[in-house]
Design a protein around this ligand. Structure first.
Ligand SMILES: NC(=O)c1ccc[n+]([C@@H]2O[C@H](COP(=O)([O-])OP(=O)(O)OC[C@H]3O[C@@H](n4cnc5c(N)ncnc54)[C@H](OP(=O)(O)O)[C@@H]3O)[C@@H](O)[C@H]2O)c1
Length: 298
């Protein structure tokens, strides 16, 4: 399909749940999806099932053009591959991260980085011979505003296509990223260690750690001038109820014996706390516990 004037070219890195989801949701941009799992794949959303077949190439293939925008949709263990792909093919691109965890600025020293958050909920359910994602919710996607034609083009697409995307200033974005980080830092490792769906967590003895985790995260956030909402603890508890049947992504990784995103979640809080001279011992202990679990080579 020819590129329309004013339409930026988009490459999505990663062919897992989110890579496929974004390729489906942002189809009006005719994105290129980069990774191991070749389309087509099924997309189930409510009662409808469709087949998606976006443009695809594997990590080692040279793209025809450098993309204007790169959207990161890998897990943190895929970051080395992303770093090398961007250095080779997209050094000048606008790089958008909607990955969980924080520390993208250190991992990706690119000129144009916009790290946002999304509450989209997508599960990858592949079986031999069939690739499949189920969209459990499109949620809300928030990005930091940028004075950049590529971001303006995304805003225009968002309005035209009805994506649920919003843009905000850097300080509000930072707070939103911390809120997501803190939610993940409580629900993900506790559910992974308790080996239970999110909804069972508040009744599990490990839930006693939720309070010190919140307290330490709040202190770390304050130390870098981020003020978390006072009712965040209530919100986290509500989240366990709203997502009661979900297995957190960290629990799924632990069950599959894959490296988790703990270093970018609780580990990030520990690094900030240490740099600022405050303590986060519960986050540190959980980081070590999760990292001590068995991991196989993928
Ligand atoms: N799923 C959700 O509902 C959701 C919601 C919000 C945020 N997120 C965040 O979005 C990001 C992507 O999550 P996901 O659910 O899409 O995960 P996923 O289904 O496990 O897919 C992650 C992709 O990362 C790449 N990857 C993993 N290990 C790798 C390695 N060792 N080397 C190179 N690449 C590797 C793979 O890409 P290839 O196979 O293509 O090489 C894999 O398909 C994560 O940060 C997650 O926390 C997910």
């Amino acid at each position: 399909m020819a590129e329309r004037p004013g339409t930026p070219s988009l490459a999505i890195l990663g062919t897992g749940a989110m890579g496929r989801y974004w390729a489906y949701r942002l189809a009006s941009l005719n994105p290129l999806i980069v990774g191991q799992a070749a389309p087509p794949y099924q997309v189930q959303e409510q009662s409808s099932t469709r087949i998606a077949h976006p443009r695809w190439q594997n990590w080692d293939t040279e793209p025809q053009n450098s993309p204007n925008i790169v959207l990161l949709a890998v897990k943190w263990r895929g970051m080395a591959r992303v770093q090398s792909w961007i250095a080779q093919h997209a050094a000048e691109s606008l790089v958008i991260s909607l990955m969980n965890g924080m520390g993208q600025e250190d991992a990706l020293p690119v000129a144009n980085l916009a790290a946002g958050t999304t509450t989209a909920a997508v599960v990858r359910l592949d079986t031999p011979g069939r690739r499949h994602i189920t969209i459990n919710g499109s949620g809300e996607t928030i990005l930091p505003d940028r004075n950049d034609w590529r971001m303006d083009a995304l805003k225009a697409q968002s309005r035209a296509q009805g994506w649920n995307w919003t843009w905000t200033d850097d300080q509000t974005m930072l707070t939103r990223r911390w809120v997501k980080l803190v939610q993940n830092s409580i629900i993900n490792p506790l559910s992974a260690l308790a080996d239970c769906p999110n909804g069972d967590l508040p009744n599990h003895p490990l839930w006693q750690l939720a309070s010190p985790l919140m307290q330490e995260a709040r202190t770390a956030a304050e130390s870098v001038h981020v003020h978390l909402p006072p009712d965040l603890s209530d919100h986290v508890r509500t989240l366990t109820a709203v997502t009661r049947n979900n297995l957190s992504s960290m629990l799924q990784d632990v069950r599959a014996e894959l490296e988790t995103e703990i270093s970018a979640i609780n580990g990030y809080i520990v690094r900030v706390a240490k740099q600022q001279g405050v303590s986060a011992p519960t986050h540190e202990a959980l980081t070590h516990l999760i990292q001590s679990l068995r991991v196989r080579n993928p």
